[in-house]
Design a protein around this ligand. Structure first.
Ligand SMILES: [Fe+2]
Length: 259
């Protein structure tokens, strides 16, 4: 069994609240009887890409479980790279390929600096094709990126989803090893299909954003009351992927946010 935890949209903002929620989630994962083989953080690690926010994130996300993070639209590539990856600051896309158990996880940078919407640049498409060529023939593959490449009936997020999803769909449909596509960005646990595969959207640890049946546009309502939540992706011995969405109780850990 391969167990991959997905934590998303942590939005470290130098406040206590969001940090404490991530600390609670990380404690939950660390104390599981069967601990995750890895933890993916699918973007919006910080609220506004400041180095101090990444410093907080780095502290809260440090564990002996491997943690692999990609940026979201609220992040800053240069500060992300310097603070979380210990690499020289650069605005180049932050794409990564990781072996987790017997699986391959390909993490794609879907951000467009300065824009809320997502797009995979030519460099990333080229890198993705090379990463798929280099991946073992018998490996199950998970693709992860911040922006969902499909509409989710989420009035806010659908306006700033991944552009040109058909380009990614063609690649996904053409590779039988790809089990699923994982994303964040929506602040809502959701599941749909994309290129004939599951598209699994992890909830945010920070807040919940309602769907078309809840929001009255143009008012944008973010709900901060629910507990932080995560996704747990299980690849069993037969190669089947099952995803559980789990909220983690903050009961007894509620802190008043200083102004
Ligand atoms: Fe977010």
């Amino acid at each position: 069994m391969i167990l991959v935890a997905q934590v998303s949209d942590t939005h470290f903002d130098l406040g206590i609240r969001n940090t404490e929620r991530v600390e609670t989630v990380m404690r939950f994962l660390g104390e599981l009887r069967r601990r995750p083989d890895a933890i993916l953080v699918t973007g919006d690690v910080t609220e506004s890409g400041k180095p101090e926010q990444y410093a907080d994130a780095r502290t809260a996300l440090t564990t002996d479980i491997p943690v692999y993070a990609i940026p979201g639209n609220h992040d800053d590539r240069a500060h992300f790279r310097a603070m979380l990856l210990d690499q020289p600051a650069s605005d180049e896309p932050i794409n990564q390929v990781r072996r987790i158990g017997g699986s391959t996880v390909i993490l794609l940078d879907s951000t467009v600096p300065g824009e809320p919407g997502g797009r995979l640049c030519e460099t990333t498409y080229e890198w993705l094709r090379e990463a798929l060529d280099a991946a073992p023939a018998d490996t199950p593959i998970l693709l992860a990126l911040h922006h969902p490449p499909a509409r989710l009936s989420s009035p806010v997020v659908d306006e700033i989803a991944l552009a040109e999803p058909e380009r990614l769909a063609e690649i996904v449909a053409g590779d039988d090893r790809i089990l699923a596509v994982l994303s964040g960005h929506a602040h809502s646990p959701a599941a749909t299909t994309f290129a004939g595969r599951p598209l699994l959207i992890a909830p945010s640890t920070a807040s919940v954003l309602g769907g078309a049946w809840e929001l009255e546009m143009p008012h944008r309502v973010m709900d901060y009351a629910p507990d932080p939540a995560i996704a747990l992706h299980v690849i069993d011995e037969s190669g089947r992927l099952t995803t559980h969405f789990r909220s983690v109780s903050m009961a007894g850990r509620v802190t008043v946010q200083p102004i």
